[in-house]
Ligand binder design. Structure first.
Ligand code: MN
Length: 200
């Protein structure tokens, strides 16, 4: 994570805007990173600015030590901090197509096969879950606290942190992530995204 404490800064995109073409177009990447992600960073900073005690906390602490958050800024911090956390995972979890990066390493592959039968079936089940997100949200493969693999959907900017889970891969299924190129065809966007997902 490039984040330490307030003031949070927009991490640079780890590749060029057009690096994920033709799967994700440069214009979408520009707006998604430089406008949407940047807005979550700016609004998180604004929400924390009046509270010096919160300025000492890391992003993960802000999102999990919720009892420390004053009532009048709680929602702003959870929504914008969640947006920062999720988008950071998302952009770092993509890479220009590369056969090596685009496939899970042996340990993860074994866990996927044990849980979902095969990598292809895992992708099919994950894609179905991503299509099921109603409104705005995310689909995420996590290692649960117990160590098993699980696919979860997150509403709006909820994060997997509340489950004390370790995120493995994440897809942004907010319309802002695909509407410029794919319009309402979320399924086509999800299919395309599989080519640029970077497995850990
Ligand atoms: Mn997004």
């Amino acid at each position: 994570m490039p984040f330490n404490t307030y003031p949070f800064e927009l991490p640079p995109l780890p590749y060029e805007y057009d690096a994920l073409e033709p799967y994700i177009d440069a214009e979408t990447m520009f707006y998604h990173h430089d406008k949407h992600f940047a807005a979550y960073i700016n609004n998180l900073n604004k929400a924390i600015e009046p509270y010096p005690n919160l300025q000492e906390l890391t992003l993960e602490q802000l999102l999990t030590w919720t009892r420390f958050l004053p009532q009048d800024t709680y929602t702003k911090i959870m929504q914008n901090g969640g947006g920062v956390y999720n988008h950071n995972l998302f952009f770092n979890g993509l890479a220009p197509y590369d056969a090596h990066l685009n496939a899970p390493a042996q340990t993860l592959l074994s866990d996927i096969e044990n849980t979902f039968f095969s990598l292809d079936n895992f992708k099919k089940v994950f894609s179905e879950e991503a299509l099921r997100v109603f409104g705005s949200g995310w689909t995420c493969l996590i290692y649960t606290r117990q160590g098993g693999l699980k696919i979860i959907n997150l509403k709006n900017q909820d994060t997997s942190l509340v489950l004390k889970a370790r995120p493995v891969i994440i897809m942004d299924v907010w319309e802002h992530a695909y509407y410029l190129k794919y319009k309402n065809a979320r399924a086509d966007y999800i299919d395309a995204l599989w080519h640029v997902i970077r497995f850990p």
